[in-house]
Structures are given as structure tokens and as C-alpha cells.
Design a protein around this ligand. Structure first.
Ligand code: ATP
Ligand code: MG
Length: 369
């Protein structure tokens, strides 16, 4: 099977999105999650580096919008794909049922405050698209107050146009909007709801409201399909991501985020020449104040903030110093070892522990999975 790319899931307004024909359990050319780990971790590492440049360059802002039915895996995708990013420069906004104050304004009002500054990323966990999803399914606009001159207008139809214009405006003023619809099947949603009910640690995620919305499944599918078809453009595309397999959805979103940042292609800013000379003078003064020599500062602690970074560091380490000699399955065994280590021992005290696990993993570990 030829390799699938995110282009296969991208809608720019040229082709029609047919939700009934969409394969929600697609995994591209990959057979199972073990085939995704390597690329996923590399993607995170690349995303991390690009984001540092994006932030330093301060030219373009990016919004990643996530929409989905409940239990499609929005939160997990956001947690895993964005958790290697530096907290400065990235913010998540969860948009819930509008507050009384929000509802007393136009529906786009609450999003202005959440727009990213240049160089920053905003993650919209739900967005103004709710106004053409739940808003359309339950005809919520009928309950909203509006002047007489606006009675009898097709509000939802107007909103598609307004949203398109809004995103066009954002694009032309320096902010990209990348929209991601995690498309899960009704059966998979049922399985996930059951596990939320059965597993104590997931109980907090169950709400009777979610179960009620499930009864409107077909209307929601209609609303999602129309949303994608009416608001996809070349500059602000929709990606429809198969979401029945969590590992594939996460890999695909990492590909989308990476591709977006690669397209932006941020560069380290250059110091301007006059400044550079001043700085060189300053350097001489600093050196003189230290008596002409200095030793480099100690290396900081490794960035062990999260498993993504740990795994990314493993890749770098493995590549740089060839810690694991058994070349053939080197990377796979390294990843598997880190995964196992993290499962047994969620708090890792140092790089040595990881290096040892990788080194001890041996050739066959990857095969055993
Ligand atoms: P989780 O359940 O994973 O914590 P969530 O995003 O599902 O996250 P909830 O508080 O369960 O959070 O749901 C938020 C609800 O707010 C959703 O049902 C969504 O449809 C609703 N909502 C968001 N925006 C609007 C809007 N503009 N009008 C009406 N309802 C909205
Ligand atoms: Mg919910």
C-alpha cells in the first residue's frame, strides 16, 4: 500500500467531503501502533525545535482548531502532540457553553481575546464552529435575542460565510487557522463511553449531556459534513482525521502540526549589524571583568518535563552517541524500552535510568511486541 499523507485528509474546498464514505478506522499504510512510535517521536522533536524558532521570529501566529464528537480523543491528541512545546508561546483555550456575558455579545466576540500574538500558538479546544454544530443541531439561534431587521434570516447559512471571512481576515493579518476534525465512528464512541463508565479513573469524563447528544448523531454528522464543505479554503483548510485508532489520530495530527510549521519555515532572527558591533564591544568588557578567561556554565538538567521530551531525547542520544550497539532494531528497542520504563515508573529520576533501560533492552525487545 502506498504511504498515505495528510494531503489525503485535507479539504481546501476543491473536493467534496462525504462523511458517509469516510473510513474512520483508517490507519493508512500502518498495521499497528508500534509502526507509528518512531515517526511520532521524531515529529514531536521537530515540532519542538520549529516552535522555538516560531516564537523567536515573532512573525506569524497559528491557531489549531479542534472539533469532534465527544470521546473522539481531542484532549488526548492535544496533550500528546503539544506537550513537548515550551509553555511560553502556546496556550490552550477550551470553549464551553457561552457564559451569560459571552452570550450577550456576537458569537465571535469571545475568540478575539484568544487569538495568538505573532510567534505564538493558540489551541482551540472547540471553537466558533460550535455555533454551526451544536448551534445548528439544536437551532440555538432561535433562543437568541436579535433586532427585528434580522428576523427571518438563515442564521446558520450566514455564519458559514462569516466564519470564512473571519478566517480570511486572520490569514491576511498574520494568523493561520488550521482546522482539525477528529472523526470517530458511532460504535467507537460507544466503546469509549463504556470504558469511561467502567474505569474509575475515567469516570470524571462521563456526563449525561454527552449521552444525550449521541441521540442526535445523524444531525451532527450532517452538520460536520456541511461545515467542512462550506468553510474549507486553500489558506484555511480542514483536515478530517480518522479517529477510531487513537495512535493513528495522534500521529496524523503530529504530521499536520509539523507540516504547518514547516510551511511557515521560521528562521532564527538575525541581530542587526550595528547592534552586533555594540554587543561585541560589550563582550570585550565582560571578558575583561572576568580576567580574560571563563569556563562554560554547567549543563542544565535535562528537560524531563514529559514523556515526549524524554523519548525525543532518547532519539537524539541514540543517534549521537550510538548507545545501543545492536544497530538493526536499535530505534525500536529504544522506544519500546522507554515506553515500558514509563509504564512501570512514571517518575524518572535521570537520563542514566533511561539510557540503561535502552541499553538493556537488547535486540529482541522490539520483536516481542
Ligand atoms: P471534556 O468533556 O473532554 O472535558 P468538552 O470539550 O467535551 O471536554 P464539556 O464541558 O463536556 O467539555 O462540553 C462543552 C460543551 O460546550 C459541549 O457540549 C459544546 O457543544 C458546548 N459548547 C461549546 N460552544 C458552544 C456554543 N457556542 N453554544 C452552545 N454550546 C457550546
Ligand atoms: Mg465533554
Amino acid at each position: 500500500m502506498s504511504r498515505k499523507t495528510i494531503e489525503d485528509y485535507k479539504y481546501t474546498g476543491d473536493t467534496k467531503f462525504d462523511i458517509k464514505g469516510f473510513k474512520t478506522d483508517d490507519t493508512g499504510e500502518l498495521l499497528d501502533r508500534s509502526e507509528a512510535v518512531d515517526e511520532f517521536v521524531h515529529n514531536l522533536l521537530k515540532i519542538n525545535k520549529l516552535q522555538q524558532k516560531l516564537y523567536a521570529e515573532r512573525k506569524e501566529g497559528v491557531i489549531f482548531v479542534f472539533q469532534a464528537m465527544d470521546a473522539a480523543g481531542k484532549d488526548g491528541v492535544i496533550r500528546t502532540v503539544f506537550n513537548t512545546l515550551s509553555p511560553h508561546g502556546v496556550k490552550e483555550f477550551c470553549f464551553k457553553v457561552p457564559s451569560a456575558e459571552e452570550a450577550s455579545h456576537d458569537y465571535l466576540w469571545r475568540f478575539w481575546q484568544a487569538l495568538p500574538a505573532r510567534g505564538n500558538i493558540s489551541i482551540f479546544n472547540r471553537s466558533y464552529y460550535e455555533d454551526v454544530l451544536i448551534g445548528r443541531v439544536h437551532e440555538l439561534w432561535k433562543k437568541q435575542v436579535r433586532p427585528d431587521r434580522l428576523q427571518g434570516i438563515d442564521i446558520i447559512e450566514q455564519r458559514y460565510e462569516q466564519i470564512k471571512e473571519y478566517e480570511k481576515y486572520l490569514f491576511n493579518t498574520g494568523t493561520r487557522v488550521v482546522k482539525i476534525f477528529l472523526n470517530v465512528s458511532k460504535d467507537e464512541q460507544a466503546r469509549r463511553f463504556i470504558s469511561r463508565i467502567d474505569e474509575e479513573r475515567k469516570n470524571w469524563k462521563v456526563s449525561s449531556g454527552d449521552i444525550k447528544e449521541r441521540n442526535y448523531w445523524d444531525s451532527y454528522m450532517d452538520a460536520f459534513e456541511t461545515m467542512v464543505n462550506k468553510t474549507s479554503t486553500k489558506n484555511n483548510p480542514w483536515y478530517v482525521v480518522p479517529a477510531d485508532k487513537k495512535w493513528y489520530a495522534r500521529l496524523t495530527v503530529s504530521r499536520i502540526v509539523l507540516k504547518t510549521l514547516e510551511e511557515i519555515d521560521p528562521k532564527w532572527p538575525k541581530v542587526d549589524e550595528a547592534d552586533f558591533e555594540t554587543v561585541q564591544e560589550f563582550r570585550k568588557e565582560l571578558m575583561a571583568s572576568l580576567g580574560g578567561t571563563y569556563e562554560e556554565a554547567d549543563k542544565p538538567l535535562p528537560e524531563f518535563a514529559n514523556p515526549g521530551i524524554i523519548a525525543a531525547q532518547i532519539v537524539e542520544n541514540e543517534e549521537r552517541s550510538k548507545i545501543v550497539a545492536k544497530k538493526k532494531r536499535r530505534k525500536e528497542s529504544g522506544f519500546a524500552a522507554v515506553e515500558k520504563l514509563l509504564k512501570d515508573k512514571p517518575v524518572i529520576s535521570g537520563l542514566d535510568e533511561i539510557v540503561e533501560a535502552v541499553a538493556n533492552a537488547g535486540e529482541n525487545y522490539g520483536n516481542a511486541e
